[in-house]
Design a protein around this ligand. Structure first.
Ligand SMILES: [Zn+2]
Length: 399
């Protein structure tokens, strides 16, 4: 039954249906099983309703066709295979994954367990009986999206993974300090989903023939969550430190645009990292931080992205671009203070696709509530989807 359903939901491809979706939305209902949000008031925003609310909006805006369409712009795919241990061990240490597996309660248990140290007494990251399935489903969705966008069974030009728990604060050993003045937690993250996707690209690829070609594939990841992607930067630094140059050039460039503020305990914006990387830093060629002060808004986001990152992204010549899509940078979201608006998420998707049209985007933060009629998570993500769907002219990436 399961395999029949999976076949029915197989991604369309040109040969079989004559329709190629511009974008595939990849999700998994197991992402609803993680109940870490019930652990404390400080973790209450990262809820299953984030996923169901967003999927409901996507499905009503882009309903599945009853009759075969001539051109399908969006397809929802909801039965990706879970990530396996090998996928996780490429981006996290064995000791960390062992601890994660040891501490997640059995699915039959109702109790939650506090998983990581809290910063300044704040406890954010709890695991529940359903957490393992949710974590493996989220990472597996990204692997599936890579398959769909750049794999042998290519079925879409871009993908958007609507998954939880998020991943970009999770480093090689879990908590990633990078010298932060805060006693860090993991910001609701347990496995770095987008990094799993990236390393799948290199080592598993999609079929043996593709693996050899993919070995030299270069990728950029652009993170616009309001919080610095400290976990992703930490993993890039770890892998760079152990990289053997005889294997070829290190193929990743990480870019994070985020709110940045260092003050006393209450004045430091989580996670307290993400300042400009100086040229003397060993990771300079592979990490670009775009720190934005509180209240920056659209103009500063776009101007600083152009000034600090776009030329370097274009000259890196990526074969695929990943996006860590966090909508807590939205003006309607109460978590941050960057004041981005819907059009910014459309703009950045189109801007990156002018460099490389193959894009895999992965949901990070972005929460319900806020002051508007609809949450910034929903309106921002829908604008982002438009930016992933509409045709763009691929050029040299200059403005
Ligand atoms: Zn965030």
């Amino acid at each position: 039954m399961a395999s029949k359903r999976a076949r029915e939901e197989k991604l369309d491809d040109e040969e079989e249906r004559g329709v190629t979706p511009s974008v595939v939305v990849v999700t998994h209902m197991d992402c609803l099983l993680h109940r870490g949000n019930e652990g404390s008031r400080d973790s209450s925003g990262e809820t299953p309703a984030r996923i169901t609310t967003l999927l409901s909006k996507i499905a009503t805006t882009h309903p599945p066709p009853i009759l075969p369409p001539r051109k399908r712009h969006l397809q929802i795919f909801s039965t990706p295979t879970h990530a396996n241990l090998t996928d996780l061990l490429r981006v996290h240490s064995g000791a960390y994954i062992t601890r994660l597996l040891d501490e997640i309660p059995h699915p039959s248990q109702r109790r939650l367990r506090h998983f990581s140290p809290g910063h300044s007494g704040v406890k954010t990251s709890f695991v529940s009986g359903g957490s393992l399935d949710a974590i493996l489903a989220a990472a597996g969705a990204v692997v599936c999206a890579v398959d769909a966008v750049v794999g042998e069974k290519r079925g879409a030009e871009t993908a958007f993974c609507v998954v939880r728990p998020p991943g970009h604060h999770c480093g090689w050993e879990g908590v990633e300090s990078l010298g932060s003045p805060l006693d860090l937690a993991q910001g609701f993250c347990f496995v770095n989903n987008v990094m799993v996707g990236r390393w799948f690209l290199l080592f598993d690829a999609v079929g043996a023939a593709y693996a050899s070609a993919a070995h030299g594939m270069r990728s950029v990841i652009f993170d616009y969550d309001v919080h610095h992607g400290n976990g992703t930067e930490g993993i890039v630094r770890h892998l760079l430190a152990v990289h053997d140059p005889t294997d070829g050039p290190f193929p990743f460039l990480f870019v994070s645009a985020h709110q940045y503020e260092i003050g006393d305990d209450d004045g430091t914006f989580y996670p307290g990292t993400g300042d400009i990387i100086p040229p003397s830093d060993p990771a300079y060629a592979h990490v670009i931080n775009i720190p934005l002060p509180p209240g920056s808004g659209s103009n500063a986001f776009r101007t600083e992205t152009e000034r600090l990152a776009m030329a370097r992204i274009a000259s890196f010549r990526p074969d695929v671009i990943f996006i860590s899509a966090g909508f807590d940078s939205h003006d309607e979201d109460e978590v941050g203070d960057l004041h981005l608006v819907d059009e910014d998420y459309d703009w950045i998707a189109r801007r990156l696709r002018r460099v490389q049209r193959r894009v895999v985007s992965v949901l990070e933060g972005g929460y319900l509530g806020g002051k508007g009629e609809e949450p910034g998570l929903v309106t921002g993500a829908m604008a982002h989807l438009r930016g992933l769907m509409e045709p763009v002219e691929v050029g040299d990436g200059s403005t």
